[in-house]
Design a protein around this ligand. Structure first.
Ligand code: DX5
Ligand code: ZN
Length: 219
């Protein structure tokens, strides 16, 4: 599994969303990260399945990686799958039925991700077989936060638990400086929002982060 960078549209200019996504796709992005927030699991509200449909209609041939920061995410899986999600990730803390949610996501035709907040232990990953394991490297809810310095050590433990062949995703505070340590620890998918869309040249910022991820070994 070669390392890939997933630009998060949370930090994009929503008035020019199509143009911003095209820009990073032309720079080499093959996966776009969509952050869904419900005002309960995390305080802010962000976006819903309509945005996923709109991105799918751009027909850019990219994977749409939907990160559900919502309570009882299993209730929303069908809507996001219908809208065109490729991967749907649910938080382990957001439902007592993580295994059921993973099953539902697969039945809906998507790959299934499970996310953990910084304070959540990794035990859930020994109890189910997710296609993707998301290790939050900030507390979820906002773009532009500082990377939690202890994250690489947790990522290394996560890679041990899930083994090769499972996507280990990192999300929060990823930039050219933090991407390298995460790659060395075993991450394979790197979400970056403000470091890309907050930059003057998002395409160049994307390429810089992508270069920084190549210091790890492919998983
Ligand atoms: C935060 C979201 C992230 C966010 C990352 O809760 O899950 O995907 O967009 O933003 P940056 O890269 O700015 O930390
Ligand atoms: Zn996210």
């Amino acid at each position: 599994m070669e390392p890939r960078v997933a630009p998060s549209i949370l930090s994009a200019d929503f008035a020019r969303l199509g143009a911003q996504v095209r820009e990073v796709v032309e720079a080499g992005a093959t996966v776009i990260h969509v952050d869904v927030m419900d005002g309960h699991f995390v305080p802010p509200l962000s976006m819903g399945p309509q945005v996923v449909s709109a991105l799918r209609e751009l027909d850019l041939g990219v994977e749409l990686d939907v990160h559900l920061m919502v309570e009882r995410p299993e209730r929303h899986v069908a809507d996001f799958a219908r809208a065109g999600a490729s991967n749907i990730t649910v938080h382990a803390e957001a439902t007592p039925h993580v295994h059921y949610a993973v099953q539902q996501i697969r039945e809906a035709g998507c790959t299934a991700g499970v996310a953990v907040c910084p304070s959540t232990p990794l035990g859930v990953f020994t109890e189910l077989d997710a296609d993707l394991a998301l290790c939050m490297t900030v507390n979820p809810g906002w773009g532009g936060q500082a990377f939690i310095p202890s994250s690489p050590e947790k990522i290394a433990r996560l890679r041990q638990v899930v083994g090769k062949g499972v996507e280990v995703e990192v999300d929060g505070g990823i930039d050219p400086d933090t991407a390298g340590p995460c790659a060395k620890a075993g991450a394979s998918l790197f979400v970056a929002g403000s470091a890309i869309f907050g930059a003057e040249d998002p395409a160049q910022a994307f390429r810089q982060i992508a270069a920084a991820t190549r210091c790890g070994q492919p998983y």
